[in-house]
Ligand binder design. Structure first.
Ligand code: UD1
Length: 417
């Protein structure tokens, strides 16, 4: 079923539970490659990207057992050190197996991820980092071939703060000889979750969540158990779903601290937001005003909520300037929002959104990537008539049961062929 049909105009009310974070689960599942034995996880979201990760881990010799949101990984001696193109091309995050396999086995072969809808997304900093550990890197026939007798701890300064790069190097450093210092490291909460799991396995990491992370290499790691942190992007999407319909939605099982930048912007826009230890609630609003947003590394406004926030601004009062500083081609949703009647002028990295309160009308649209598909669903919730979002499978890469959660809140949403 690759379409979602949305009858807009329903006001959402009630509670929605946040699932486990995809972007925390992926690196944590790859980190199991560092230690033989049985790793146990709970709160793992059921998503296509988790299936892709599982398939890649299985291709390297791991055994995976899944029971709902519990997932066990039995890691033995790996039967392969090669991440094949067919598996890597489905999911860019597959590059995260490079650090663990290289540091444990002294060699790794990983397909280059290739292009992606939201920009070129290079991996040069992952590779420069591995070289700084003393690895030899060769790019041949579409593959990265990395080798080193033993990685050596180093000080590495990231030219750009990269989430995946920080995760890959942090994992590699756990078994490297000596101490590694990562400077200008990314500070995203998912990195903290990964560091917590690595430390449970016996790693010696400090400074996670700040721009300087120190890792003291250890001889070996052992498997552990972990509950995956809540998905802040899903929580933010559900909060915007409540807001855009003028509804009253409480998002539970999340961490309001991780959503600070979004909450700040929503308050500035005129929404009343309440928070508790593990919940956040948006109260009904008849109208809200346009505010400017610039995406930037955590703790600033996340690029992964830019498309969803743009849908909210498309029905705000006034004009909003949305600036994307992380990815150069992340306005693919603009033309589709325009099909729904939004007035948005995209420039390079900047989009000017002229809000039209009650201005959206249903149309067939096409999802181009994960967060773009969420933005179209949000716009569909307020567009008059029946909006059909094609290629909705993009949504399944990163949202667990979004339509069921929306339906429980009162939305009229269904899948169709
Ligand atoms: C992760 C998230 C993604 C999110 C992004 C930014 C996962 C699985 N994905 O992606 O949802 O949108 O962080 O918050 O966690 N860069 C380089 N060279 C590199 C690596 C990155 O120049 O070697 C640049 C990128 O082009 C981009 C910036 O660094 O401009 C940030 O990208 P990065 O943080 O690496 O994104 P991902 O880890 O791929």
């Amino acid at each position: 079923m690759d379409k979602m049909v949305i009858n807009g105009g329903k006001v959402l009310r009630g509670e929605a539970r946040t699932s486990g974070a995809k972007n925390a689960a992926l690196p944590i599942l790859f980190s199991t490659l560092l230690a033989a034995g049985k790793h146990r996880f709970t709160n793992v979201p059921r998503l296509m990207d988790i299936d892709s990760t599982s398939a890649l881990l299985e291709s390297l010799g791991c055994k995976i057992t899944r029971d709902g949101n519990n997932l066990d990984i039995e890691v033995g001696e790996l039967t392969s050190i090669e991440a094949h193109y067919d598996l890597v091309r489905k999911m860019r995050a597959s590059i995260l197996c490079l650090g663990p396999v290289l540091t444990r086995y002294g060699q790794a072969i990983v397909s280059l991820p290739g292009g992606c809808a939201i920009g070129t997304r290079p991996i040069d900093l992952h590779l420069d980092g591995m070289k700084a550990f003393g690895a030899e890197i060769e790019l041949k026939e579409g593959y990265v071939r990395a080798s080193a007798k033993k990685l050596k701890g180093c000080t590495f300064l990231f030219e750009t703060a990269t989430v995946g790069g920080t995760e890959n190097l942090m994992m590699a450093a756990t078994l490297a000889e000596g101490t590694t210092v990562l400077e200008n490291a990314a500070k995203e909460p998912e990195i903290v979750d990964l560091a917590e799991y690595l430390n449970k396995m016996g790693a010696k990491i400090t400074g996670q969540g700040t721009s300087i992370i120190t890792i003291e290499g250890v001889k070996a790691l052992k498997p552990a158990e972990h509950r995956i942190m809540p998905d802040r992007i899903e929580a933010g999407t559900l909060l915007i779903a409540g807001a855009i319909t003028g509804g009253d939605v409480k998002v539970t099982d999340c961490r309001p601290k991780d959503l600070e930048a979004l909450i700040l912007k929503m308050k500035e826009s005129g929404f009343t937001i309440e928070t508790g230890d593990d919940w956040v609630r948006v109260l009904p609003a008849k109208s809200w005003k346009s505010v400017d947003v610039t995406t930037a590394p955590h703790p600033l406004f996340p690029t992964d909520l830019q498309a969803q926030f743009m849908a909210l601004m498309a029905v705000a009062e006034g004009t909003s300037v949305i600036t994307e500083t992380i990815f150069e081609n992340r306005f693919m949703h603009v033309q589709e929002l325009v099909r729904l009647g939004a007035e948005i002028i995209p420039k390079t990295r900047v989009a000017v959104v002229r809000g039209h309160k009650n201005g959206l009308t249903a149309a067939p649209v096409m999802a181009t990537d994960l967060r773009a598909s969420a933005s179209l669903v949000l716009a569909g919730l307020v567009a008059k008539g029946e909006t059909v979002v094609n290629r909705i499978y993009h949504l399944d890469r990163g949202y667990e049961n979004l339509e069921a959660k929306l339906v429980a809140l009162g939305a009229d949403v269904r899948r169709a062929e």
